[in-house]
Design a protein around this ligand. Structure first.
Ligand code: GTP
Ligand code: MG
Length: 555
């Protein structure tokens, strides 16, 4: 049993929803079969943030009785749920039912005396639990189930993929193994709330919100934690309290621009994390970047964190991706596989550079799914047309309006299998006219490229920007070559000629680094003829797949 089944939270909570989703994912072929009402992004964020604020993190010795530990903590109030995990020692995340319990626990907690070193007496929600008398506790130790926070090893992944029953099953398996677990998601929101505690020392009404793949449904176990310090709520409600003829304003320090304000705030918060934040290590202030940030590692959770501020558009992008990912169960399965495929062939990297990013790859999959017939995903303009007054959202002059209630979006009637979609994705982008066309998810159709970058993907909200401006011609070519090669491998398999590497079939064969080697080796030997060969093969696949696709659709 996965530890998720041991959670004690009430029905109707995010945890219960995640359980339902987990039970339905994998079995359902298309999202249209899942009729459970889906929560809005803002509801999920609010609920998870509140859970995180009621939670504490406790590091403790291995020899401990779970029962006694919980009994000891429940002196401070009832516990809603808890889980254990390993990361440089054993940790527990404990969520109390009430926020007051955290203060109660803090009030009986002492600051350690350090001997030769000195402790900074910062009272966070991270604790060490020590045994007063180790010998009489060990006899009752129970076997503590640890929740896994890491992705599967390549060996395990290949085994699982090869044991799958079909390519569709392989894609769903990969999703199930790599997607963020309930516990990992809780740990992400919890880590943000710890940083919020530090920032709140200066800005009491601030919020630190996770964004990016931690919340948009496309996060893989082990992905970074993007968080943003939201200062917008500060002072929002004071308008209503102003009585009489006077208007009261705070005296503040003025700086020449919003960017400088951002840099100053992040610089101070960065210093605080470095000096006071328990377990915040390797703090780097990258304040001259286009989007200034503070990067650090949070030791206890094991997350690599990027803290930004003034980043509302990125949060809105996360909400848009969350909606796209939740509309149809094929979307996340396809995106995860494409992201894994790109990583396996070093098309993406954790180091910034001329590579395609996961964000751009996700946009490419969304665009491809908008182009299916009938479309699997609606265009952003259509989502905008469904918006009502409360969905209206203008950020820094950019119209970021779209419908926020997922349940108002009609499910797609398209029943194509994941196997077909994967193959067609590679064919589509293996033949895409990148030299003249731009990818545009707002309209769901190609546009003429407004500038000469090799890869042009329009930023959905800041429409004059290209989200893949960094991608070089050679990286794009590598993507195209690999896409063609992968389409060819899948085509061979579909036609009963499995890849020569015997047991590795379907998605497993595509994730093999040897595919990349084949491409680069053939390229090195005879550059032009090799790509010509693949192109010709694709042409022949295309003509035969038009006939095949009718069959696949019909099943
Ligand atoms: P991972 O690779 O799993 O971390 O995916 P991610 O989606 O979290 O990407 P990343 O950490 O690079 O960026 C976090 C978020 O910032 C993304 O989800 C986007 O919302 C936003 N973002 C990233 N790159 C760009 C970009 O080039 N342009 C814009 N407008 N937003 C970006
Ligand atoms: Mg990220």
């Amino acid at each position: 049993l996965r530890p998720i089944h041991r959670l004690l939270s009430c029905p109707g909570t995010v945890a219960a929803d995640a359980r339902k989703e987990e039970q339905s994912s994998g079995s359902a072929e298309t999202g249209s079969e899942d009729r459970t009402p889906k929560k809005r992004f803002s509801e999920v964020q609010k609920e998870r943030r509140e859970q995180a604020q009621r939670s504490v993190l406790i590091h403790f010795p291995n020899k401990i009785s779970e029962k006694k530990f919980l009994k000891y903590l429940s002196q401070h109030g009832p516990i809603n749920n808890h889980f254990f995990y390993e990361s440089f020692g054993l940790y527990a995340v404990v969520e109390f039912c009430q926020k007051e319990s955290v203060a109660s626990l803090q009030s009986v907690t002492r600051t350690p005396s350090m001997g030769t070193e000195a402790a900074i007496p910062f009272r966070s929600r991270c604790f060490h639990l020590k045994l007063k008398n180790a010998s009489n506790q060990t006899s009752e130790q129970s076997c503590i189930t640890r929740s896994n926070q890491s992705p599967p090893s390549s060996k395990k992944l290949f085994e699982l993929l090869c044991d799958a029953e079909s390519i569709d099953d392989q894609l769903n398996t990969l999703l199930k193994e790599f997607q963020l677990t309930e516990e990992n998601t809780k740990l992400r929101y919890f880590t943000c709330s710890l940083i919020e505690d530090i920032a709140a020392a200066y800005f009491p009404d601030c919020a630190v919100r996770p964004f990016g793949s931690s919340v948009n449904g496309f996060g893989k176990l082990g992905c970074d934690l993007d968080m943003f310090l939201d200062l917008d709520e500060i002072g929002k409600f004071s308008d209503h309290k102003t009585l009489g003829n006077f208007l009261m304003e705070f005296q503040v320090k003025n700086v020449p621009s919003e960017r400088i304000a951002t840099q100053k705030i992040l610089s101070v918060i960065g210093e605080c994390l470095d000096h006071f934040g328990p377990g915040c290590v390797g703090v780097q202030k990258i304040l001259n970047a286009r989007c200034p940030l503070v990067r650090f590692s949070h030791q206890a959770s094991g997350f690599q964190c990027d803290l930004t501020t003034n980043n509302r558009i990125a949060l809105k992008s996360s909400e848009l991706l969350y909606i796209y990912g939740a509309l149809d169960s094929r979307v996340r399965a396809l995106v995860f596989s494409i992201r894994c495929w790109a990583r396996a062939h070093s098309l993406t990297s954790s180091i910034p550079g001329a590579w395609i990013t996961n964000f751009s790859l996700t946009m490419m999959v969304i665009f491809f799914l908008q182009k299916r017939s009938p479309p699997i995903l609606p265009t952003l303009d259509y989502l905008k047309s469904l918006a009502d007054a409360e969905d209206k959202c203008i950020i820094e002059g950019h119209n970021c309006t779209f419908v926020c209630d997922l349940n108002r979006i009609k499910p797609s009637g398209n029943t194509e299998t994941l196997e077909l979609l994967l193959k067609e994705f590679f064919e589509y982008f293996g033949n895409f006219a990148f030299n003249k066309n731009s990818i545009n998810i707002r309209q769901g159709k190609e546009q003429n490229k407004p500038e000469p970058s090799p890869l042009h993907i329009q930023n959905p909200f800041e429409t004059s920007l290209n989200i893949s401006k960094n991608v070089s011609q050679s990286q794009l070519q590598k993507f195209v070559d690999l896409a063609r090669e992968s389409a060819w491998i899948l085509h061979q398999e579909v036609n009963g000629h499995p890849s020569p590497s015997s047991k590795l079939w379907g998605l497993a064969a595509l994730l093999l680094p040897s595919v990349a080697k084949n491409v680069s080796q053939t390229k090195r030997k005879k550059k032009k003829p090799a790509s010509e060969r693949v192109k010709n093969l694709l042409e022949s696949i295309k003509s035969s797949s038009t006939e095949n696709s009718t069959n696949t659709n019909g099943t």
